[in-house]
Design a protein around this ligand. Structure first.
Ligand SMILES: Nc1ncnc2c1ncn2[C@@H]1O[C@H](COP(=O)(O)OP(=O)(O)OP(=O)(O)O)[C@@H](O)[C@H]1O
Length: 239
């Protein structure tokens, strides 16, 4: 088995906070056959830990994030978020788990064009039921903490730089106080310096918000700030 951590350890997996994948296999239909995108992948990420998954194009990195985000169901194996087995939940309970425990930063900024930075966070409020004034204060505080000054918080996405938009994405992912933060190629649209600043910010939020953070990246120059680098090759993960 391709084991990065020891899944037989009784203190791991089910009992632990953070993210755990155990023996995960995922395949896609490929003509008459199936293409194996994840091949017996196991992984544990503890609260406050920042893990990078690096590997060539097509090695399975995005598939790994999609399974960890409970957006794709694996053929075999388990995905545990704060000890809860996502595969054992109903669709509705899994959606609630995703909303309450996961923060996701996608490769493409998917900010809404008509909303200001602060509204990008507040629009999530409908489903969370916090009082408006409280929510606004928290949104402003979070945006300031990721380096977006007050004047910029009132701007719409097209009035922000790529790096600033990525900061809004990160603040938005943190708004629901997630335990697990999943980040897909956060620097692909940025130059090296801006990219390094975003990775530095992710390291900082991992520490201060105690998230179990997984970042997928191609860019090996940016891996100095992470706690662990895992290599993905042909659907297999190596620590
Ligand atoms: N929806 C799909 N249907 C069929 N095959 C897919 C699908 N999505 C991905 N694949 C295949 O699964 C394998 C893993 O793809 P994946 O997108 O996870 O790799 P990746 O490492 O994220 O690549 P990149 O760095 O280019 O984004 C590839 O061979 C890809 O062609």
């Amino acid at each position: 088995m391709n084991t990065v951590t020891d899944p037989t350890d009784p203190t791991s997996l089910r009992t632990r906070s953070g993210l755990a994948l155990h023996g995960v296999t995922l395949s896609y239909p490929d003509g008459e056959q199936r293409l194996t995108a994840l091949d017996d992948v196991s992984l544990e990420v503890a609260p406050g830990e920042f893990v990078a998954v690096a590997g060539p194009s097509g090695s399975g990195k995005s598939s790994l994030l999609a399974v960890a985000a409970t957006l794709l169901r694996p053929d075999h194996g388990q995905v545990l978020i704060d000890g809860q087995d996502a595969g054992a939940l109903s669709e509705r309970a899994r959606t609630a788990l995703r909303r309450e425990r996961l923060g996701i930063v996608f490769q493409q900024s998917n900010l809404l064009a008509s909303l200001t930075a602060v509204e990008q966070l507040l629009v999530l409020e409908d489903v969370r039921g916090r009082r408006p004034r409280e929510a606004r204060a928290r949104a402003e505080e979070l945006l300031a903490s990721v380096g977006l000054a007050a004047a910029k918080q009132r701007r719409r996405p097209h009035q922000l730089s790529g790096g600033e938009r990525q900061r809004v994405n990160i603040a938005r992912a943190l708004f629901g106080r997630p335990s697990v933060l999943l980040v897909d190629e956060p620097t692909s649209a940025l130059d090296h310096e801006r990219g390094a600043q975003i990775v530095e910010l992710l390291a900082e939020v991992t520490r201060t918000h105690r998230t179990a953070t997984v970042m997928v990246t191609h860019d090996r120059d940016l891996l100095t700030r992470v706690d662990r680098v895992l290599e993905m090759a042909d659907g297999r993960l190596r620590g």
